[in-house]
Design a protein around this ligand. Structure first.
Ligand code: C5P
Length: 226
């Protein structure tokens, strides 16, 4: 069984309101993207870590990447959306159809070896694959057009999808080519009528989206000694 990781990192992170793309914002002493890349590269089961960058990206190769050796493979083929970046990366990586690929967002820097171990162990013999996720904790409100509560939605059996999302490379590329309008990989697999497995994770693997998320990520990374 072969496992690879693929990190889409060709976005700009408009919601952060910064000029520097989100993945390069300083976080606990290094650009955000290197936290996830270091964790993925240190995972012994993972053979290669592909990082999908924008063709115009000049930032990535300005950093010292020597500590990662050949395990880290940059691919300058990012697209207009996350789904397009993942598809382009999977095609460029030329993986075997049966290889497992763990797609992980550059914007989830607090991923740990324990998260990776759990995901791989729970899915390695699965027919479809799946994703890390957390059961929803907050009460959900649906808004009307004026910012007032229209109604409260049930949160029963609702989960928040995280990454990595782990699927066979052949299945994932086929799913994403057929279903381009998705915000995660599992949605494309679901559109084929398949049911990815939810692997229970915790909220420390959150996505840095807004400026205040940087502070929380920094606290967690410092506590983990990174
Ligand atoms: O913007 P958001 O946080 O949803 O992006 C999730 C991940 O997808 C980020 O790592 C981002 O760099 C990546 N992405 C990409 N290509 C795009 C848009 C987003 O690789 N065109």
């Amino acid at each position: 069984m072969t496992f690879h990781a693929l990190v889409p990192a060709a976005g700009f992170g408009a919601r952060m309101g910064q000029e520097l793309p989100k993945q390069y914002l300083p976080l606990a002493g290094q650009p955000m993207i290197f936290h996830a890349l270091s964790t993925l590269c240190a995972c012994p089961q993972i053979e290669t870590v592909f990082v999908v960058l924008s063709p115009e990206d000049t930032q990535f190769k300005s950093y010292d990447l020597s500590r990662y050796g050949d395990k880290l493979q940059p691919l300058y083929c990012g697209g207009a959306t996350r789904a397009e970046s993942v598809t382009n990366g999977l095609v460029a990586a030329e993986l075997e159809s049966d290889d497992w690929v763990l797609v992980h967002d550059a914007a989830r820097p607090c991923l740990t070896q324990a998260h990776l171990f759990k995901l791989i162990e729970e899915l390695r013999n699965d027919d479809i694959g799946g994703l890390l996720a957390v059961p929803l904790a907050d009460t959900l409100k649906r808004a009307d057009g004026e910012g007032r509560v229209l109604r409260t939605e049930s949160r029963e059996q609702l989960w928040q999808a995280q990454t990595p999302q782990m699927f066979r490379a052949g299945l994932l590329v086929r799913a994403l080519q057929q279903c381009k309008d998705v915000t995660d990989d599992a949605s494309a697999i679901e559109a084929l009528g398949l049911h990815p497995k939810l692997v229970a994770c915790d909220t420390t693997n959150f996505k840095v989206t807004y400026p205040q998320d940087l502070l929380l990520a920094e606290l967690l990374l410092n506590q983990a000694g990174k």
